[in-house]
Design a protein around this ligand. Structure first.
Ligand code: ADP
Ligand code: MG
Length: 677
C-alpha cells in the first residue's frame, strides 16, 4: 500500500536503534511520557518517527518531531522522506519559521520547537497530533524548555488533556545522554529508554595556541586552519570535522584551507599515500539545503573530506566517516548582556561537556582523535562544566507573552525545568508593558493578543502594528521581512571588490532618498521586486539574491497574518504629516526602547537607563555622518571591543518625548502582581 515502508534504505537496519524497534513502539503505546536517550548517531531522530508511523500512530493524528535548529528540521525531513520513498512535503514534511513544506497528506512532520509553540497557541491540546517528540532536549533551547513545561501541565490535568481529543496525546522526549534522570523526574517519573551505543575511544590533545587571554576570532580561525592541514598531511585516512563559530568564520577558514591545500604536493607532503586530495565543505545554518546534501555523501576514493561546521554538527546532524575533530573551543551564543540590557550574539568558550560531545564525533565507527587548539589552562579557567540553558541567559519577552496568551498568568510559578532568574521574568514583563502588550496588572491587552501572532521580536511587531493601524503597513512589512532574513548586503573578502560593493551600496542609499537604514532596506526590497531581472539586479548591486527571495516570501506571509487580524476588530488611527515622518514615527513606537542621543563626536549614549556608550556600525548609511545627527533609534547592537548600533534611523526628540518616561515609570513588581496573587 501507500504506507509501505519496507523499502527502508538498508543502512538504517545497521543503526543501534533498529534492534529496539518493537520495544520502543510498545513503550510509546504504554506511556504518556517517555524519555529516549542514546549516543548521537544512534538513529533517534531519523528512525523513531518511522517506527511510530509503522506502528500505526498516524491513524490518530500526525507524528510531530521538534528540533531546536531549523536546518536540522529541514535536512532530517529530507532524509526521512527519502527513506520512506515519498517526496518531501507529502507524507513527510517540515515546517520552520516562514517556510512551511507540509500538505494535507503530511503525517510525519519535522518542525522547529518555535513552530510547535505557535501551534499550541491555537490548539492547546494539539488535537492534530497523536505523538509529539521533543528532540534534542539536552540542548535546552528556550522553546523546548517551555514546551516541556506546557505539556507537563496539560497532560497532568486529565480534564484539560482530554478536552477536544479522542485519544490521549503521547509525548516522547529525546536527548543525548545528559540529564535524562532530571527529565524523567520532571515528567512525573516516566520511564527512560536507553539505546545502548557502540562508541570507540577518542584521544584528545590540547595545544598551547589559545590560552585564557586569546579570544580574538582571527587567532582561532588561523589556528584551526593550521591544525586541520597538519591532520590532513600527517594522519591516516579518515574525514575531518572542524568546529567553528559562525558563517563568516567558517567561510574565512574554508578560503584559507582551499588556498593552502592547493600547494600540497601529495607525493612528498602527505604521510598516508592513500590520501590524494582534500574536499572542503562548509556547514552552517543559513546555507542552502542543496549544498548541505554533500556533507552526508562519502567522498570519492582517495579524497579526504573536511567539514567546517558550527555546533550544528555536535548533535543535531551526524556526519559518517569522521575520524578527526579539530575543536576551536568557541561557540556563538545568544546571551543577555546586562551591560547594555539586550540579547546579543556573542562568541564564548564552550563548556567542558560540549567539548566532550564534540570530541565524541570522532569515535562513531572506529577509534578517533580530537585536536583542541586550546591549552589545559584554557580548559580549566575559561570553560564552564555545563552550558547554561537558554532560558537562564536570554530575554524571555516573546515566550512570556505566549504563556500569558495561553492563559498561564502565573509566569513565575510555571513549571520550568530550570527556573530562570526572577529578574529576567520581571524584565520581560516590563518590556511587554512598555510595548503595550500587557497592562499594569500583567493582563494581556488587545494589542498583545495581536502581537503574539507575529513570529517577530516584540518591538518590531509593535512598529508594524502601529503602521497597520495608520494604514501604512506597506512601509513596514518589507522592513520587517528584510530584518528577518540573513544579511542581504554582500561584502566580498577581496579588497578591490569590497570597495566596489561599498560604492554600490552607497549609491543604493542615495537612491533611497532619505538617509536611514530602514528606508534603505525598504528601497532595496522595492527596487528588486520591480526589476525585470531581479537576480541580475542583485548580482550587480552586491545583494544576496537568495536572502532577498526569502524576504519576498516572508513579506507575503507577514501580510497574510496581518490581513487575517484585520478581519477582527483592528484598532485604526489617523495621522497628519508627510510619509517620511509617518514611517519614522511608526518605528519609534516599537523602537523607543532603543533610543540613543549623540553625546560627543561620534559617540552616542543610549536612553534606556543603561546609558551605554555606542557607535554607529560601519555598515550603516549613517556611518561618518554622525556630526549631523542628534537622536537616533536602532534595531540591534553588536558588541566587540566597542558597542555598535546597527540599522539606524535619525528621529526627532518630540516623537519619543512622551514614550521615554515609560522606560522608567513602571514598577516591575506591580506587573507581576497578577502572577503572585
Ligand atoms: P540521532 O538522532 O540518534 O543522533 P540520527 O537519526 O540523526 O541519529 O542519524 C542516524 C544516521 O542517519 C546517521 O548515521 C546519520 O549520518 C544518518 N543521516 C542523518 N541524516 C542524513 C542525511 N540527510 N543524509 C544521509 N545520512 C543521514
Ligand atoms: Mg538526533
Amino acid at each position: 500500500t501507500k504506507w509501505d515502508t519496507k523499502g527502508d534504505l538498508d543502512e538504517s537496519k545497521n543503526l543501534p536503534i533498529y534492534q529496539h524497534k518493537a520495544t520502543l513502539q510498545q513503550a510509546v503505546k504504554d506511556n504518556s511520557f517517555l524519555v529516549v536517550t542514546g549516543e548521537t548517531g544512534s538513529g533517534k531522530t531519523t528512525q523513531l518517527p518511522q517506527y511510530l508511523h509503522q506502528a500505526g500512530f498516524w491513524g490518530n493524528g500526525k507524528i510531530g518531531i521538534t528540533q531546536p535548529r531549523r536546518v536540522a528540521a529541514i535536512t532530517v525531513a529530507q532524509r526521512v522522506s527519502q527513506e520512506m520513498h515519498c517526496s518531501l512535503g507529502r507524507e513527510v514534511g517540515y515546517q520552520v519559521r516562514f517556510d512551511d513544506c507540509t500538505t494535507q497528506d503530511t503525517v510525519v512532520k519535522y518542525m522547529t520547537d518555535g513552530c510547535l509553540l505557535r501551534e499550541i497557541l491555537a490548539d492547546p491540546v494539539l488535537s492534530q497530533y497523536s505523538v509529539v517528540i521533543l528532540d534534542e532536549a539536552h540542548e535546552r533551547s528556550l522553546n523546548t524548555d517551555i514546551l516541556l513545561g506546557l505539556l507537563k501541565q496539560t497532560l497532568s490535568s486529565p480534564d484539560k488533556a482530554s478536552k477536544g481529543r479522542s485519544v490521549p496525546l503521547k509525548v516522547v522526549v529525546m536527548s543525548a545522554t545528559l540529564e535524562t534522570d532530571k527529565l524523567s523526574v520532571f515528567l512525573g517519573g516516566c520511564p527512560v529508554f536507553t539505546i545502548p551505543g557502540r562508541t570507540f575511544p577518542v584521544t584528545s590533545k590540547f595545544s598551547c595556541a589559545i590560552g585564557p587571554k586569546d579570544t580574538e576570532s582571527s587567532v582561532y580561525v588561523k589556528e584551526v586552519v593550521k591544525v586541520a592541514l597538519d591532520v590532513h598531511t600527517s594522519e591516516m585516512a579518515g574525514d575531518i570535522l572542524v568546529f567553528l563559530t559562525g558563517q563568516s568564520e567558517i567561510e574565512k577558514a574554508c578560503d584559507m584551507l582551499y588556498e593552502k591545500a592547493e600547494s600540497i604536493d601529495y607525493r612528498y607532503d602527505v604521510q598516508d599515500h592513500k590520501v590524494e586530495g582534500l574536499l572542503i565543505l562548509p556547514l552552517y545554518g543559513s546555507m542552502p539545503t542543496d549544498q548541505q546534501k554533500q556533507i552526508f555523501q562519502p567522498p570519492p576514493p582517495g579524497i579526504r573530506k573536511c567539514v567546517v561546521a558550527t555546533n550544528i554538527a555536535a548533535t543535531s546532524l551526524t556526519i559518517n566517516g569522521v575520524k578527526y575533530i579539530v575543536d576551536s573551543g568557541f561557540v556563538k551564543q545568544l546571551n543577555h548582556n546586562s551591560r547594555v540590557g539586550m540579547d546579543i550574539l556573542e562568541v564564548v568558550p564552550i563548556s567542558k561537556s560540549e567539548a566532550l560531545q564534540r570530541a565524541g564525533r570522532a569515535g562513531r565507527t572506529s577509534a578517533g582523535k580530537c585536536f583542541r587548539i586550546y591549552s589545559p589552562a584554557f580548559w580549566e579557567k575559561c570553560m564552564p562544566e555545563y552550558t547554561v540553558p537558554e532560558i537562564q541567559r536570554t530575554s524571555l519577552t516573546a515566550v512570556i507573552l505566549t504563556l500569558k496568551c495561553l492563559g498561564v498568568h502565573d509566569v513565575i510559578k510555571f513549571p520550568y525545568l530550570d527556573r530562570p532568574e526572577e529578574r529576567f521574568i520581571l524584565e520581560a514583563l516590563k518590556q511587554l508593558y512598555q510595548c503595550d502588550a500587557i497592562d499594569r496588572r500583567g493582563k494581556v491587552t488587545r494589542l498583545g493578543e495581536l502581537m503574539v501572532e507575529f513570529p517577530l521580536p516584540p518591538g518590531l511587531t509593535r512598529a508594524l502594528l502601529q503602521a497597520a493601524s495608520l494604514g501604512c503597513e506597506d512601509l513596514l512589512l518589507p522592513v520587517a521581512a528584510m530584518l528577518s532574513v540573513e544579511n542581504i548586503f554582500i561584502r566580498p573578502g577581496h579588497p578591490e571588490k569590497q570597495k566596489e560593493a561599498d560604492k554600490k551600496h552607497r549609491q543604493l542609499g542615495v537612491q533611497a532618498g532619505s538617509c536611514n537604514d530602514f528606508t534603505m532596506l525598504l528601497s532595496v526590497f522595492e527596487k528588486c521586486k520591480a526589476s525585470d531581472a531581479p537576480s541580475a539586479w542583485c548580482k550587480d548591486n552586491y545583494i544576496h539574491w537568495r536572502a532577498l527571495k526569502s524576504a519576498f516570501s516572508v513579506e507575503t506571509q507577514l501580510r497574510e497574518i496581518l490581513l487575517r487580524l484585520q478581519k477582527r476588530d483592528f484598532p485604526m488611527e489617523k495621522f497628519n504629516g508627510n510619509k517620511s515622518e509617518l514611517f519614522r514615527r511608526c518605528l519609534c513606537t516599537g523602537y523607543f526602547t532603543n533610543v540613543a542621543r549623540r553625546s560627543v563626536g561620534k559617540v552616542f549614549c543610549t536612553m534606556d537607563g543603561h546609558g551605554s556608550m555606542v557607535h554607529i556600525h560601519p555598515s550603516s548609511t549613517l556611518f561618518d555622518q554622525e556630526a549631523q545627527l542628534d537622536w537616533v533609534i536602532f534595531h540591534d547592537l553588536l558588541v566587540t571591543s566597542r558597542i555598535y548600533i546597527r540599522t539606524v534611523c535619525p528621529i526627532r526628540y518630540d516623537w519619543v518625548k512622551d514614550l521615554l518616561p515609560k522606560l522608567h515609570e513602571v514598577d516591575v513588581y506591580e506587573l507581576s502582581s497578577v502572577a503572585r496573587e
